[in-house]
Design a protein around this ligand. Structure first.
Ligand code: MN
Length: 271
């Protein structure tokens, strides 16, 4: 069941505004009919991203404040709060306790807590969350500040332990998987722990590569192939599962307030 209005795949975390030609990258995602969530790293990027995707069928923008930028940009939280009513999608947000960013970890937690609290108040948001070296604290904060019926979490490029994966699943999280995650033994062992009905795909382009160039939304085929081979499924099976999961995610807990807002511009292929 496929027609020109239905998506052929899902890239639930990429950065189209970091490609040299932002508008062309959006057009290519539209032409490939990949349901794409393009994230922003600072709320200052929101207005232009939003304007460029207003008429899109398949590309959506998330409003973000990246944990790796919080050291310099904590004050932009006010701007992030100002735009929140304009979108259902939030990201890139989260925590990063890697050595380069650890010094801002207190500030990151202040920002992430505020993000979760504002999303819980608003209801119906979908968040794409970064959790490098901080999965336990991210999950603790989700549990404390964003009840599952007030918002949905997609853990992007998840690198936690298998027990943390189980805990995240119990908390209702989805996982967006990219091809890099299918290229290591550890990644494959972790992937085996994730329930098929919680899997989405992503590229995180331009931060991952395919054939020596930055990955774009249509390159989710590589993630699909990796998931398929670890599970003994066909690429078609995995694609169907991911599209089904996308629909379930988008239909879950749509806040009443959100239903009063128009989400896309053109008719949306899925909610
Ligand atoms: Mn990213």
């Amino acid at each position: 069941m496929s027609n020109a209005h239905s998506p052929r795949g899902v890239d639930f975390h990429c950065h189209l505004d970091l490609f040299p030609d932002h508008a062309a990258a959006i057009e290519r995602a539209e032409a490939a009919r990949i349901y794409t969530l393009t994230v922003t790293t600072t709320p200052k990027a929101w207005a232009r991203n939003h304007a460029l995707t207003r008429g899109c069928r398949f590309v959506r923008v998330a409003l973000g404040l990246h944990p790796q930028l919080v050291a310099e940009r904590e004050a932009e939280l006010a701007l992030w709060e100002r735009y929140l009513g304009e979108t259902r999608y939030v990201g890139e947000v989260g925590l990063d306790a890697g050595p380069r960013f650890y010094r801002s970890f207190d500030a990151q937690q202040r920002v992430f807590r505020a993000v979760l609290e504002r999303c819980a108040e608003a209801g119906g948001k979908i968040l794409t969350v970064h959790s490098v070296r901080s999965v336990k604290i991210v999950l603790d904060m989700l549990e404390a500040h964003l009840p599952a019926d007030r918002g949905r979490i997609v853990l992007h490029w998840f690198t936690g332990s298998r027990s943390e994966a189980r805990r995240a699943t119990e908390l209702g999280c989805y996982f967006s998987v990219n091809a890099e995650m299918t290229r290591s033994e550890r990644g494959l062992a972790l992937l085996a722990e994730l329930p098929l009905d919680r899997l989405l795909t992503e590229t995180d382009g331009p931060f991952t590569q395919v054939a020596g160039r930055p990955a774009e939304p249509h390159d989710v085929a590589a993630a699909i192939a990796g998931i398929a081979s670890t599970r003994g499924l066909t690429a078609e099976d995995v694609t169907s599962a991911v599209l089904r999961n996308l629909r379930a995610l988008l239909q879950a807990n749509r806040g009443y307030r959100h239903m009063l807002l128009r989400e896309g511009g053109a008719q949306s292929p899925v909610p």
